[in-house]
Design a protein. Structure first.
Length: 290
């Protein structure tokens, strides 16, 4: 059985996610011969918004190039950082079991996001988060915030912010639960499509790696994120689109998908249930864009 070369970004969180991928592979007897750290454009440019420099695809481009060039066998990503379409010759083949998908609020001044005073400054640059917090409190002033987790935490103090919003999954994986002020329930802030899931990407033509990744794929998570990403595909959503999409699956294999979309200044919330991820995505997209 072949050994695999894993490609990852170099942030502490990315390295932890690569480690979790290696552990999953080792549990089924697959040896990881090398973990290769690849700097991405998204990591190098941190003083501008993603919208200005090309979107979340810049966190994956160099990893995908390494895959296409045969320099690595598997690229490890945060699924929420991947676009819904893939370069020719590459595919998403597996996802690991999802961590907590919620966003969380971190503050040294306020115990709850709903206690924020008028004109409170909150650090986040995600259109999805900005649209949802301003839907709840129109006076909130969003402050652009990029970089790894520690960089953002530093900005909380340096910019004298009332709080910042981060994905809970990353803090959990880095054993930083203690800094979370409180969690934002999915009903309050619908997560990004794929949030909390680790994605494993490989070459379509690499039959053996495809077979191996099938063995570590977490099917329930796969079903949920398939529905979520399909909604983005159907509305042609990007990292600039103010949309949240989150699905769960019950013990009877029924999926429940909740979505938020800001369309021409109007906030739309909807929930759709069913068994077929693509049919659910179809109906959700229809409700969001008419």
């Amino acid at each position: 059985m072949k050994s695999l070369r894993i490609g990852t970004r170099g942030s502490p969180l990315a390295l932890k996610q690569a480690h979790l991928a290696c552990q999953a592979l080792e549990k089924i007897g697959i040896h990881v011969s090398e973990t290769i750290i690849i700097a991405t454009t998204g990591d190098k440019i941190t003083d501008r918004s993603l919208e200005d420099i090309g979107g979340k695809a810049l966190f994956a481009k160099e990893l995908q190039t390494a895959l296409l060039n045969g320099e690595i066998d598997v690229a490890v990503h945060s699924l929420k950082d991947l676009e819904w379409h893939f370069p020719k010759g590459l595919q998403l083949k597996a996802v690991l079991e999802r961590e907590d998908p919620r966003d969380c609020f971190i503050s040294t001044r306020h115990k709850h996001i709903e206690e924020l005073p008028p004109n409170a400054m909150v650090g986040t640059c995600a259109p999805r988060r900005i649209a949802q917090i301003r839907h709840r409190n129109s006076s909130i002033i969003p402050v652009p915030l990029r970089g790894n987790i520690q960089t953002r935490l530093n900005k909380l103090q340096e910019l004298d912010l009332d709080g910042i919003i981060l994905a809970a999954a990353g803090l959990h994986r880095l054993n930083m639960h203690h800094i979370i002020t409180h969690y934002l329930d999915q009903e309050y802030m619908v997560p990004a499509a794929g949030q909390g899931a680790i994605a494993l990407e490989c070459r379509v033509s690499d039959a053996e790696t495809n077979r191996i990744l099938n063995l570590v794929n977490h099917q329930e998570t796969w079903n949920c994120v398939t529905a979520e990403k399909a909604v983005l595909a159907k509305i042609n959503g990007t990292c600039h689109t103010p949309i949240g999409v989150y699905a769960t699956q019950d013990n009877h294999d029924i999926l429940s998908l909740t979505a938020f979309f800001e369309n021409r200044g109007h906030a739309i919330f909807t929930t759709v249930e069913g068994q077929d991820p693509l049919q659910i995505a179809d109906e959700t997209a229809r409700r969001l864009i008419g």
